[in-house]
Design a protein around this ligand. Structure first.
Ligand code: AMP
Ligand code: ZN
Ligand code: FE
Ligand code: FE
Length: 293
């Protein structure tokens, strides 16, 4: 029998959320959904938690879909927001667990205070209702948004964020975050590959500001840029790819599928524009092997 070599064919999605954070599908559900859509590999990248990974990895093995253990850390940054993805993290790493425990406690402190702020604004909402909306996973602002919609205070997810929940809005409460440097450091310590997520949410002024930030983060162990992302324009994608090339960084991509909101967005394809090759995963694996040597 001839042995067939060559690249596995099929597409990937390296940015997905589950009920462990603010997605609506359980890890098992999203793994099955991805498999049914014909994807070859996915990364589960919940906000500040690895609680969904064990289940997702097991289900991937069971049904034959490659699942990459990932995470999305919200780092300190202003005025925009900075998210760092970690791929191939060791989910049993003690430092990682300790750091994430810290972030869980920061959320646990923040969330009831947001409910109080909403109450002061005359909104009838209890933290219990938000907890229920979270379905038992980690609570985030999207769960507040869900309750605000259900109770008729706002018409849409975006309105909930714009009026109440986004940074600086009337019910927003800051929570403790790690700096980008610290976040990259503990991703690397857990044998992960650190990647700057969706650079367009950083709200930087133009190419050179982004390039300076990236140069600073590369020195701290940043290894890639998430260039392919549904909210990036074609020009932004091109710019991020150029930056990656210039600084020897990997390029990754994913839909940030949460299973809700964002009209017409689906896993693997975004709004139809995405078609990410498996070579992205191979490059990540090669980078990780190099750093483990
Ligand atoms: P949290 O985990 O509470 O910080 O919430 C993070 C999530 O809130 C993100 O994944 C987004 O889905 C959503 N989010 C954050 N900022 C905005 C915004 N300005 N508009 C819409 N959604 C947002
Ligand atoms: Zn989210
Ligand atoms: Fe993000
Ligand atoms: Fe995300």
């Amino acid at each position: 029998m001839p042995v067939r070599l060559g690249r596995p064919m099929g597409n990937i999605d390296l940015h997905l959320h589950t009920t462990a954070s603010d997605g609506v599908m359980t890890p098992s559900e999203i793994v099955n959904y991805a498999k049914n859509k014909g994807l070859l590999a996915i990364a589960i990248t919940d906000h500040d938690t690895i609680e969904g990974l064990e289940e997702g990895l097991l289900e991937g093995e069971r049904i034959g879909l490659e699942v990459i253990p990932g995470i999305e850390i919200s780092a300190e940054h202003s005025p925009g927001s900075m998210h760092l993805l970690g791929f191939f993290i060791d989910i049993h790493h003690p430092t990682l667990k300790e750091r994430l425990g810290y972030l869980q406690r920061a959320r646990a402190e923040r969330n009831p205070r947001m409910a109080e702020k909403l109450n002061k604004l005359g909104i009838d909402i209890t933290f219990d209702e938000v907890l229920k909306a979270s379905g038992g996973g980690q609570v985030g602002r999207p769960h507040f948004a869900q309750v605000l919609i259900e109770k008729g205070y706002v018409r849409s997810f975006q309105e909930a964020f714009d009026r109440f929940l986004k940074k600086g809005a009337s019910a927003y409460v800051e929570k403790m975050r790690f700096s980008a440097e610290e976040s990259i450091h503990f991703i690397n310590e857990a044998n992960g590959v650190a990647v700057l997520a969706h650079p367009n949410t950083l709200q930087l002024n133009g190419y050179s500001e982004l390039e300076n930030l990236i140069l600073r983060l590369v020195k701290k162990g940043l290894r890639g840029i998430e260039a392919y992302y549904p909210e990036h324009s074609a020009q932004e994608v091109a710019q991020y790819k150029t930056l990656a090339e210039r600084h020897g960084l990997l390029v990754t991509g994913g839909t940030d599928y949460h299973g809700i909101e964002k009209n017409g967005l689906d896993i693997g394809v975004g709004r139809g524009e995405m078609k990410l090759p498996y070579s992205i995963v191979e490059n990540l694996k090669a980078a990780r092997r190099l750093s483990l040597r």
